[in-house]
Design a protein around this ligand. Structure first.
Ligand code: PLP
Length: 352
């Protein structure tokens, strides 16, 4: 740390992303990326003209890609904000909307806490139940902002939409942010809730179900006044936050609906197959509506199991927090990857 950093940032603990090894060919099941490439349509559209256009700034209004997202979800373009990954949408929301405090679960996406610290917010981490469920009552009439990932990460569990309606309506003067990074793998979107209330925003991403983690494209959908506020923050930080190739990739992803649906269907099938196989082996494995499974091996501890998988060329994610130390989070890859993962697990567990 230099002597120049502001005092208010000295103790900030940054977000720790999952490993992105650049050396060895691992089977990568640690950061919830898609095992499938982006739609082949994209390759056709990235021609010499598109590359030449990189000399020009991208459209600050992101008109075409925003319209594609609006059309997909049946909302107006003015209800859509596009961002550099959904992390940026979340950053804008934490920056701008939670001066009266914000609540989120104790076990959830790690970035919420980091943003809470970065923006010096009064945040509370409300404990999930023993079974890793959100208790909706904890979030009702709190007089504070709320951020709920649905499905939640890293648990993969969902909260019924009805509970989200009740939470939103219990506290109409405070913002409810619903992070739907994994909704395409079996969840139910709350966009109709966001479009029928004044205090709800849904955040989504192209990183998981649309195979564009490396492209960095996310969005927020909600009432026009909130989207306008978010645009003000965006224009005050970086109006060119999404590059031309990524805007193009986003449009292609929305256009190729059949490809998207097929990939989601296959990931869901592979997930359900993998979960059955883990249960059969005596794992504890939470039901999942996401593209990952949260599971605890029958004998080895979570960290030892993570390490043993790593030694066998398979990366999964282990979190140190005490409540979930026994678990690892396993991204759903290709079926053949999951078969290698299961065989490696057998090998590890017979040695314990
Ligand atoms: C992956 C993830 C995101 C962020 O994704 P981006 O790549 O920044 O779009 C947001 N929320 C949750 C819960 C996630 O798991």
């Amino acid at each position: 740390m230099s002597i120049f950093l502001n005092g208010s940032l000295k103790s900030l603990q940054a977000y720790v992303p999952g490993e992105q090894p650049q050396d060895k060919a691992y089977i990568k099941l640690n950061t919830n990326e898609s095992p499938y490439p982006p739609t082949p349509l994209l390759q056709k559209k990235i021609d010499a003209g598109a590359l030449c256009d990189l000399r020009l700034y991208p459209d600050p209004e992101c008109a075409a890609a925003r319209q594609a997202v609006a059309d997909w979800y049946g909302v107006k373009r003015e209800n859509v904000l596009l961002t550099n990954g959904s992390d940026e949408a979340l950053s804008f929301l934490f920056m701008g909307f939670f001066e009266n405090g914000v609540d989120f679960p104790d076990i959830t996406y790690g970035f919420y806490k980091v943003f809470g610290d970065l923006y010096h917010l009064d945040y509370r981490e409300l404990p999930l139940t023993e079974d890793f469920d959100i208790n909706p009552k904890d979030y009702m009439a709190t007089g504070r902002g709320k951020v709920i990932a649905n499905p939640n990460a890293p648990t993969g569990k969902t909260l019924p939409l009805k509970d989200l309606y009740d939470i939103a309506d219990s506290d109409p003067n405070y913002l409810l942010v619903i992070d739907e990074a994994y909704v395409d793998f079996g969840g139910e979107t709350a966009i109709p809730l966001a479009m029928s209330r004044e205090n709800v925003v849904v955040v989504g991403t192209f990183s998981k179900s649309r195979s564009l983690a490396g492209g960095r494209l996310g969005f927020a959908i909600g009432p026009k006044p909130i989207i306008d506020d978010l645009q003000k923050i965006r224009y005050s930080t970086n109006p060119y936050n999404i590059n031309r190739l990524t805007l193009l990739a986003g449009e292609c992803a929305m256009e190729d609906k059949a490809y998207f649906e097929k990939n989601c269907r296959e990931i869901i099938e592979t997930r359900d197959f993998t979960r059955q196989e883990l249960l059969r082996r005596g794992f504890r494995c939470l039901p999942s509506c996401a593209n990952f499974l949260f599971c605890a091996p029958p004998k080895a501890g979570g960290e030892a199991y993570y390490q043993a998988l790593r030694d066998r060329g398979i990366l999964v994610r282990h979190f140190g927090a005490s409540r979930i130390r026994d678990f690892v989070r396993v991204t759903i890859g290709l079926k053949k990857d999951m078969e290698v993962f299961l065989a490696a697990s057998d090998d590890i567990l017979k040695g314990v």
